[in-house]
Write a protein that binds this ligand. Sequence first.
Ligand code: NAD
Length: 490
Amino acid sequence: MSADLNIDVQKEWKLFINGRWEPTASSYEIVDPNTTNVVGHAPEATAAQALDAVAAAKAALPAWKALSPGERGVYLARLADVLEEDSDAWVDTVQAETGATLKIAATMQVGGPTIDRFRYYSSIPDLNESLMPQPVGASPLGPAGLISAAVHRQPVGVVAAITPYNFPLTNVAGKIGPALAMGCTCIIKPAPQDPLGILLLAEAIEKAGFPPGVVNVVTGSGPEAPAAIVDSPDVNMISFTGSSMIGSKIYENSGKTMKRLLMELGGKGALIMADDADVGKAVGAIATVWGFHSGQICTAPTRVICHRSKYDETVEALKGVSGFLKVGDARADDTLVGPVITETHRDRVETFIQSGVDDGATLVCGGERPDLPGYFVAPTLLADCTPDMHVVQEEAFGPVVVIMPHDGDDEAIAMANNSIYGLYSYVFSEDQSRAYRIGQQLETGNVGLNLIQPHMEAPFGGYKMSGVGRDRGRWGLEAYSEIQAISWIS
Ligand code: NAD
């Protein structure tokens, strides 16, 4: 057992392939970013084992897709029930591998959002449609008549879910929930840093009684196993969430087998403050970059574009708030800013901050390394930034905010759109109709007006380098389907 967490560090974790627990020849260490202690050893899947998982998913597909949506929904509802009973016991493991603070681990990493997604997709609407009959004249193709058509949504087939480290369980649930509901079978390849919660999910899937091969889990530290999955002609779709860099590679490699793709990639969320913005509300929203999983969120409002008339007040207010956010032991009740995921990532974020300073930004707060055993970055604000700076253009995926002044709505919109990313942006104005008009001109898949929380059934996804396709709600179901039209003479 680890010193202060209820984790069996010696547990022999195995891959979950075709309903069986498969050992691997080697394993790799899972490190708690809060303490740097080793908290487990994850199975290192070979490319051959990844392909075994693909074969199992392919073999399970015909029977799974032959079930009715209602029959598949029974399995998903049972899985939600199992998670409700069992997943509280996973909090320590998932907290240790993700480095999440106590509150985030218990409420966001494990439990609620994951269970909700399986429950939501346990009952799905009928997505099939029939078209109005179409009159056709006589032609060499046939006699005159009325042609009717039905438009069916068929499961896309074998889906590989390749996921990032920040919210492992909710991300996987957001992919396999709709995929399974549509009649697809799945291979999950979680992020190398924190796969143990996903292996616990596989235990829950086994307990819920899913047929062998419908869901398979392969873990590993390197790119070999996921690359083999991407190259396999037996995988019909990749549902990927992760960096735009790896996403581009997958996009390119998937072309050879013409895979369907759902790509949820990086972001550099702009938050526009108009001259009538409520500074307190906006500052509360911006501070979530620091206080919510140490800024390791693709949708975080990390790029603040603030009207010049409110600029000094906003910088001062952010500086004040940063002083109240306790950085420290993720296990302590009052900690708001925990560690980032690895030593490499901490170093990368530090280099990122230094590049801003070197380029002429003003370091208002943060920047120093906290004197703590884990991989911590203090809440950091870089002011007086200019649009072309590296820190303004690239994502840090850490607790780092950049702020720039603007002189009017049109300039703010142009600055917000000056990005290779287009995932989420935010507009703060006390005039909702003005905020709405600004929002419509932003090149991002999602826009929040005077709020930071998403609508969990609204379509979610990115423009530009932030991705391809949409998930959540019924858009999630559509993403895992092929469209088939059947026509006949009425
Ligand atoms: P990452 O791109 O480093 O890794 C994601 C996954 O890709 C991992 O499972 C990894 O093993 C796998 N992978 C690595 N090489 C591969 C290859 N050659 N072929 C196939 N798969 C391969 O991302 P990360 O560091 O885990 O997560 C952070 C990134 O994810 C950030 O860029 C963040 O913005 C993004 N993200 C996006 C969303 C969204 O919904 N748009 C949500 C969360 C995170």
